[in-house]
Design a protein around this ligand. Structure first.
Ligand code: ADP
Ligand code: MG
Length: 321
């Protein structure tokens, strides 16, 4: 007998994610009832993953569960917010119990790691599509924004961008890599790490922040635009992983780090007068970020190597054609 919608919700989603005392009503009522902290602002985001568009059809279900939450966590990280509550709108072609169990396990593990409660959602039949809405909180007036930067600010990025784009290309058979690099790069696509802890700490240091989902150069450009400035990135300063270096060589690795997508890293600007405090209080080695350039008064986003501006395409796909 096929699983009814209510049995499916009960079995796979009732106990998904963290339990939180500020959830006054969660799954099972008509809407969730949440107690927002009195000194906080509510931060809200939503992102949809469509099968065959945002992940390869046939991706491991645990990865789809993880990524559907991770992409939203990354948005809250960029605001300096602490995540709290998620809603899940799930469109499924069929109630495949093995698939649902793995999907829910992937979602739940990441939710628990960030103390996120799943407080509601919707379940419908149709082509596979996952929408997560994520709510979080930030102390009043302290959220990070894209637009707080100014010319002269130092620019940073967390992690090693480009890995996930290579991982996706490997997943789709558009790229080859040495065996151990392949394992690492695939995982960077399938199980990205949202930078929640870094985002929260950056509230005290950064002037502007954006999460890198569509390619570092383009997203750094968005931050600069919102800040009424331009941005200059130093090609040689773009951090790349060992695995990406061994797979693509230095030139193409850095190009992909600038142009790829699905990184879910943070790109942030820091006023000159706050630079020393940042580097002392959040040591780059320990918190995993690198200085890649600066905001400047001339608009636009450029990459500079040996003092000259590089011609650079924003699209990562061409690297594997
Ligand atoms: P309604 O018809 O009132 O919208 P539903 O029968 O769709 O209610 O859902 C019942 C309860 O289950 C609600 O609390 C809803 O938020 C929750 N829910 C439905 N689908 C999901 C899901 N995929 N994940 C988490 N909660 C869900
Ligand atoms: Mg409903």
């Amino acid at each position: 007998m096929p699983l009814s919608e209510s049995a499916l919700i009960e079995r796979y989603f009732r106990a998904c994610g963290a339990q939180r005392p500020d959830v006054l009503a969660g799954i099972g009522d008509d809407a969730a009832l949440l107690a927002v902290a009195p000194d906080a602002e509510l931060v809200a985001t939503t992102d949809t993953l469509v099968a065959g568009v945002h992940f390869p059809a046939g991706s491991p279900p645990a990865s789809i569960g993880h990524r559907s939450l991770a992409v939203n966590l990354s948005d809250l990280a960029a605001m300096g917010a602490r995540p709290a509550w998620a809603l899940l709108a799930l469109t499924l072609p069929e109630a495949d119990e093995a698939w649902l169990a793995e999907f829910a396990a992937g979602f739940s593990a990441l939710a628990r790691a960030h103390e996120v409660a799943l407080v509601g959602g919707d379940t419908t039949r149709g082509p596979l599509c996952v929408t997560v809405q994520l709510l979080g909180q930030v102390p009043r007036g302290e959220a990070l924004r894209r637009g707080g930067g100014r010319a002269g600010d130092a620019l940073f990025v967390s992690g090693t961008p480009g890995d996930a784009a290579a991982g996706l290309a490997l997943e789709q058979g558009r790229l080859r890599a040495p065996a151990d690099a392949l394992v690492y790069l695939r995982e960077r696509f399938l199980l990205p790490t949202p930078r929640i802890a870094l985002g929260e700490r950056l509230r005290r240091h950064a002037s502007a922040c954006i999460d890198v989902s569509d390619g570092l150069l383009g997203d750094a450009g968005k931050l600069a635009d919102a800040s009424g400035a331009g941005v200059e990135i130093s090609f040689g300063a773009v951090p790349v992983s060992e695995a990406l270096l061994r797979t693509l060589g230095e030139e193409r690795a850095r190009e992909l780090a600038l142009s790829g997508g699905d990184d879910y890293e943070l790109c942030f600007a820091v006023h000159a007068e706050n630079l020393q405090a940042l580097l002392t209080e959040l040591p780059p080695q320990r918190f995993g970020y690198s200085r890649i350039g600066a905001l400047r008064s001339a608009p636009g986003a450029v990459v500079v190597r040996d003092g000259t501006v590089m011609e650079f395409s924003h699209s990562g796909y061409q690297h594997f054609r």
